[in-house]
Design a binder for this molecule. Structure first.
Ligand code: FES
Length: 105
């Protein structure tokens, strides 16, 4: 799927990701600066925080309880906040747009 990351400064970066990888892996593989991913994707650091574009929330879904607990520690939490390591990419997410916060923790 094609994914567009919108950096905090408004710069848009479009990448092509592999089905079955996570949104966090797609960001790291493509050098997206705004994703840190300190824990490597095990939902324990909160440094892969993204805002899913509102029109995509139905397809990505909202955070599950474990992810929500982790999101409590991030700055500037919003209703469309997700941890990128918890979003698995599939063809249905082709065209997904996410924005990045100013800082990761
Ligand atoms: Fe650590 Fe997502 S990479 S919570």
């Amino acid at each position: 799927p094609r994914i567009t990351f919108i950096e905090f400064d408004g710069r848009r970066v479009e990448v092509v990701a592999k089905v079955g990888t996570s949104l966090m892996e797609a960001a790291i593989d493509n050098g997206i600066d705004g994703i840190v991913a300190e824990c490597g994707g095990c939902c324990s650091c909160g440094t892969c925080h993204v805002y899913v574009a509102p029109e995509w929330i139905d397809r990505t879904g909202l955070a599950d309880p474990m992810e929500s607990d982790m999101l409590c520690i991030v700055d500037d939490l919003r209703p469309n906040s997700r941890l990128a390591c918890q979003i698995s990419l599939c063809g249905e997410l082709d065209g997904l747009v996410v924005s990045l916060p100013e800082f990761q923790l």
